[in-house]
Design a protein around this ligand. Structure first.
Ligand code: AP5
Length: 216
């Protein structure tokens, strides 16, 4: 499985990527999680990325492409969550995969309207250690603000404030939405209704991938 998950902030890319990772052992590669790790570790990349992320803008393509060349090396299967995000990144990914002889299996565009996205991001809680997300209403942890798996605290992301979310959505419309047409033209795109409950989205993803819905 070599999959790209496209979709606006809050569409459910990370949620579905984690489910696929758990069910099939296919590694989730989330550029957002990797960048937040770099910011927390105060690396040079994290220092350069932080201001863009805090403003809801994209980190420059050259930094992201260099980072992803390292991430993809030695991984014959993956779920890409948050990459590519510009046409330049998509073209760079095509080149990398061509060199590795590993074409994409499919590109799923998880779609949802603005009202749902705002509601999801404002109620989201994240495990900063693993990237797993919860939601106050739609996917609550067993204990409030505590991760079910590692028992550690959940946090709200610093870019989930109303102003920054508005910027992230505008950035998506301007720079990332054109990728839907890019992959549609290549015949690789499947649209997924992301407004359904999490389990129903998973069923739609599995059926798009031609996989059995049963747990392994
Ligand atoms: P990133 O971390 O990738 O953020 P994003 O794309 O804005 O996506 P989110 O993580 O906010 O949403 P999601 O679709 O994963 O939703 P989730 O599953 O959590 O990027 C952050 C920043 O890093 C960017 O702004 C940029 O600066 C930088 N960056 C990252 N990649 C980059 C790149 N390639 N190039 C340049 N810059 C880059 O779900 C959201 C909430 O809804 C959760 O609470 C969840 O429980 C709930 N939920 C999920 N599905 C459902 C459902 N079906 N029904 C009800 N609730 C649901």
């Amino acid at each position: 499985m070599r999959l790209v998950l496209l979709g606006p902030p809050g569409a459910g890319k990370g949620t579905q990527a984690k489910i696929l990772e758990e069910r099939f052992g296919v590694p989730q590669i989330s550029t957002g999680d990797i960048l937040r790790g770099q910011v927390a570790a105060k690396t040079e990349l994290g220092r350069q990325a932080k201001a863009f992320m805090d403003a809801g803008d994209l980190v420059p393509d050259d930094l992201i492409v260099a980072m992803m060349e390292g991430e993809l090396r030695g991984k014959p299967s993956f779920v890409l969550d948050g990459f590519p995000r510009t046409v330049a990144q998509a073209e760079a990914l095509d080149g990398m995969l061509q060199r590795l002889g590993l074409p994409l299996t499919s590109v799923l565009s998880i779609e949802a309207n603005r009202e749902a996205l705002m509601r999801r991001l404002s109620g989201r809680w994240t495990n900063p250690r693993t990237g797993r997300t919860y939601h106050d209403e739609f996917n609550p942890p067993r204990l409030p603000r505590i991760d079910d798996e590692d028992g550690g605290p959940l946090v709200q992301r610093r870019d989930d404030t109303i102003d920054v979310v508005a910027e992230r959505l505008a950035t998506y419309d301007e720079k990332t939405a054109p990728l839907v047409g890019y992959y549609e033209k290549k015949g690789q795109l499947v649209r997924i209704d992301g407004l359904q409950p999490i389990d129903a989205v998973t069923q739609a993803v599995l059926s798009a991938l031609g996989r059995e819905a049963a747990r392994p």
